[in-house]
Design a protein around this ligand. Sequence first.
Ligand code: DMJ
Length: 591
Amino acid sequence: MVLRKLPGVSASGMGLRLSQKFVFLLFLSGLVTLCFGALFFLPDTVRLNRKPSVTHGARTVERSVGSRAQEEWSPARAQEPAARDERVTSAAHNGERGSAYSYEAFKTCLLKPALGKNQGTPPDSETLQRREKVKEMMKFAWDNYKRYAWGNNELRPLTRNGHLGNMFGGLRGASIVDSLDTLYIMGLMEEYEEAKEWVQNNLDLNSNGEASLFEVNIRYVGGLLSAYYLTGAEIFKQKVMELGEKLLPAFNTPTGIPRGVINLGSGTSWSWGWASAGSSILAEFGTLHLEFLHLSQLSGNPLFTEKVMNIRKLLNKIEKPHGLYPNFLSPVSGNWVQHHVSIGGLGDSFYEYLIKSYLMSDKTDQEAQKMYYSAMEAIETNLVQKSPGGLTYLAEWRGGILDHKMGHLACFSGGMIGIGADDGPAGQRQHYLDLAAEITHTCHESYSPTKLGPEAFRFDAGAEATATRLSDRYYILRPEVIESYMYMWRLTHDPKYREWGWEAVEALEKHCRVDAGFSGIRDVYASTVSHDNMQQSFFLSETLKYLYLLFSDDDLLPLEDWVFNTEAHPLPVIRFLKIASSDRFHDCSAV
Ligand code: DMJ
């Protein structure tokens, strides 16, 4: 017997009488029954708090690189003062254990109603009419998508069929997921319900194709997150958590910097064939932060935050040429691969997510703040240029040599610099507002003569914000210029931004509206328009949403509470989050 072998206990020492043995056995069996029975009385939240195997696998790999990030970014909920509102406190603690997120508690942390006092209805009739026109455009775009391309990713409005493409790894319905919040804020409730029903019954996440991590994140993860936060419908949370887990294996690289492409079924990931030397793209791996913080927030699982904080940590530490961030980085060595810097394509939304991370953290993420303003300083020193005609623009930088070209994509930066004006170095507010206004003005200048702008425009050989190459003259319904009008309107209330927005509405109607939807055009300078037969999903998600907001009151999705991801999906400011070293804490119960 085992007892005989225990040191210091002899068999004789255990010599009990038969009746004593019986009582002892009875007591023991009672104890076992009690323990076993107790398992059935545990609350569901404890029993179900298991993480899927993918998460566990990824966590094991990540520990070595991500653990410090977790220390610094543990959700502040753990340190809440006892006196806080009970509902919020208990929700916070639940969240931290990974069980039910309290949507009701979240709403107490909003400073204002999400849809404003009156759905953002503007008081003057002209603005109201303009807003109604934008709503009609959304309905037209949606109805045609529904009629000819339902369940596909995008509508082909000339051939009246659907387009699946190869960006989303077999996921379908990109236009539906991208439209959920736009339909909701415009009050197109029947259409919103159709979209929600499709997500519930048809959004199949068990696809097995090759997806762009970036595109799936900004459109699907962003779209589902904002739909959840705006409506509280659980289905969006369920879907987004399921999808978020599927993206995690992309981070299993030697540095934790994800590669650009992931197979959503197997989790295998690789770099884009066109990206030099197997590198990852700054604007792709740098545009995950907002969504991943919210995935942690909703699930209580810090892993998502650890993944993006690890990216942040590497970028913060690495040496930067002239303080600039090149567009290509090796996910294996963690070194820059090429010295090409751009605030347009390949770089753009990385900078956007720095300032928005700071704003979304309720201005507590000082690391993001510091990185953003240092990057801005380097951009101003090296990239900001003035044309002979007096236009301010952002050139691209190739190993120290300037390319005097600005992409349409870079035109988002007017808005970005505007929303960052308040929190930079002392005395810089007006400077940043002026810079934001100048860049927005330049982008508006590029919108001529059709009042739609080319994909890229130049400032050399006599060119002043014009496309000099035929291949740069297309317009694919992109939002960036209108996005900057919207932010500049909110920041300055200068009526010219609404006028410029209206010019764009008229141009879209004239050149891009066809019988069965909206289409991009091949040459913004041609007198006879040639359509590209594609209604991009970001037209519904961004272009029309920003136009609608431009003609709405500021209390529709107030900027104090909401930060737009790079696909224009509004995500709420996280008021529970704080950096461990800071004492600051937002008391939602005081709202
Ligand atoms: C959108 O998908 C996003 O705005 C992204 O950041 C850049 N490109 C398109 C729109 O032009």
